[in-house]
Design a protein around this ligand. Structure first.
Ligand code: CDT
Length: 317
């Protein structure tokens, strides 16, 4: 019998600083209903889906920063989303800012969760590849302060079994998609589908890049990683202009062949869907990317031993 999972990427348009978490949840519920009514059983929402992309703002007051974080999940604001998903028997991925007490220490992570169709949290991921900077750059057109507001995730890249089909599901967040290690670690656990949410500014604050090239790099990353690991990838943006600061859309459902099965057309709330055949990745994982037969880990030691590049000494002084 064929194993299939109809999934949706529920792209969100902008969430402004003044918008409440409850209003974001209401928008997500509208999209979850739309996806469920069309037969989807899994919905992927964006990274930091409850608030504006707050790392663009420099804030010094910890109480002000913590307004963007959740100390519990489900939280009072997100509970209606969990209840609706349970009623519709739809699983989902949700990104949010997590605040947790750990041995008397308050810790903050950029986090995502997988929620099963029974409304229970199956798996948690804390973002490993935090982009941006931690210092104040008031001259920049906007900032990217993830390194200031979050710790590096401590849970690694895991996979979980989901749904009656026992889909091997993985998750990661935004900048993680640019790093092949993210997907290879999940690939080595037999991943069949990866859920990921993102917030990617249309402009680069470090050097000039035309916006089309930023979208190209996003698509290049998810398409290549889907193919090289024989996995479906559902990548969902928060997009549009938040208080005037642009983020691109281009949410996509990518097949294990690397081909785009569905792509968002807007930078607003938009649901895209695809009925994913889970056997599609098998021929790739059993042939060209049969890891057990073809990988040579004895030649990959530098990948875990070294973070930065160290070129050999120059030949000419
Ligand atoms: N949220 C997030 O991780 N954004 C980053 C911006 C980096 S700019 C190259 C991203 O990788 O999309």
């Amino acid at each position: 019998m064929s194993r299939r999972l109809k999934v949706a990427a529920a792209q969100m348009g902008p969430i402004h600083l003044a918008d409440s978490k409850a209003s974001a949840v209401k928008r997500m519920m509208t999209m979850l209903r739309q996806a469920a009514d069309a037969g989807c059983r899994f919905v992927v929402f964006p990274e930091l889906a409850l608030t504006t992309f707050f790392p663009r703002w420099w804030m010094a007051d910890q109480a002000e920063i913590d307004r963007f974080f959740e100390a519990q999940m489900p939280s009072p604001e997100t509970m209606p989303l969990f209840e609706l998903a349970r009623e519709k028997k739809v699983g989902f991925y949700l990104g949010y800012a997590e605040l947790t007490e750990d041995g008397g220490r308050t810790r903050r992570f950029n986090t995502s969760i997988l929620v099963g169709p029974d409304g229970r949290i199956i798996g948690k991921y804390r973002k490993v590849h935090l982009p941006g900077h931690s210092d104040h750059l008031p001259q920049a057109p906007f900032q990217h302060l993830e390194k200031r507001y979050f710790e590096v995730g401590d849970l690694g890249f895991n996979v979980w079994r989901m749904f009656d089909e026992d889909v091997v599901m993985g998750q990661c967040i935004c900048n993680d998609r640019r790093w092949p290690e993210t997907f290879r670690v999940m690939g080595l656990q037999g991943v069949e589908m990866v859920a990921l949410g993102y917030n990617t500014p249309t402009d680069n604050i470090y050097f000039h890049e035309p916006p089309y090239r930023r979208v190209f790099h996003h698509l290049l990353s998810v398409q290549a990683n889907a193919y090289q690991n024989g996995t479906w990838i559902v990548a969902t943006a928060k997009a549009g202009k938040e208080d005037g600061f642009g983020m691109y859309g281009a949410s996509v459902i990518v097949a294990p062949t690397g081909e785009i099965a569905a792509q968002a057309m807007s930078e607003a709330d938009e649901v895209i869907m695809f009925d994913c055949d889970l056997s599609l990745g098998e021929s790739i994982r059993q042939n060209v990317f049969n890891f057990a037969r073809h990988r040579r880990p004895e030649h990959y030691r530098l990948i875990t031993e070294r973070a930065g590049a160290e070129p050999p000494p120059p030949t000419r002084k």
